[in-house]
Design a protein. Structure first.
Length: 171
């Protein structure tokens, strides 16, 4: 199958994000979408935490930093749609919270390269958590409160632009 040419990788990330959000919204068919979104979010976090607890939080954060933050020579700004500080930040928050809840400073011994493999595949799960968090905000918003709706759209636009972009791209 021929590879699709993408002229603007950042626009492609945003289009993919919109498709994912639309699909997620359509999957909530209950009469109470806020409760359904809360439950889906809680499940996604719980499943991710089970995996994260296998690793030492500090080492995991360092591996994630190397994987998700673009590297460049001093003075150059790397431009890549694949990188994102939000993935490192979210992984760090989850890993540190999971470590604190477990009451340990070091996770069980991970196998050779197991942490690197986990981080390489974690982006999809982290994106799912981010999308579900945003969807929870949508489901909880009162459509009759115009100020809340405007605030929701502004926060959504900030999240939409920040998550798939490195901070310099947002500016």
């Amino acid at each position: 199958m021929p590879e699709t040419l993408v002229l603007d990788p950042h626009a492609q990330v945003i289009a993919d994000s919109l498709t994912t959000m639309t699909t997620l919204m359509a999957s909530f068919t209950d009469d109470d979408p806020a409760s359904e979104a809360d439950a889906a979010f809680a499940t996604a976090i719980e499943e991710f935490v089970v995996e994260v607890r296998r690793f030492d939080a500090m080492r995991l954060i360092e591996v994630a930093r190397q994987r998700f933050l673009p590297m460049a020579r001093e003075g150059e700004i790397p431009v890549t749609a694949e990188a994102g500080a939000v993935y490192v930040e979210l992984l760090a928050l989850i890993a540190l919270t999971a470590r604190q809840e477990a009451g340990t400073t070091v996770g069980p011994e991970a196998g050779f390269q197991e942490m690197s493999h986990f981080v390489s595949s974690a982006k999809e799960e982290l994106s799912k958590v981010l999308h579900l968090a945003q969807l929870r905000s949508f489901a909880r918003a009162d459509p009759n409160d115009k100020l809340a709706t405007v605030s929701l759209f502004i926060r959504g636009a900030e999240v939409w632009m920040r998550n798939p972009s490195y901070p310099e791209m947002v500016e």
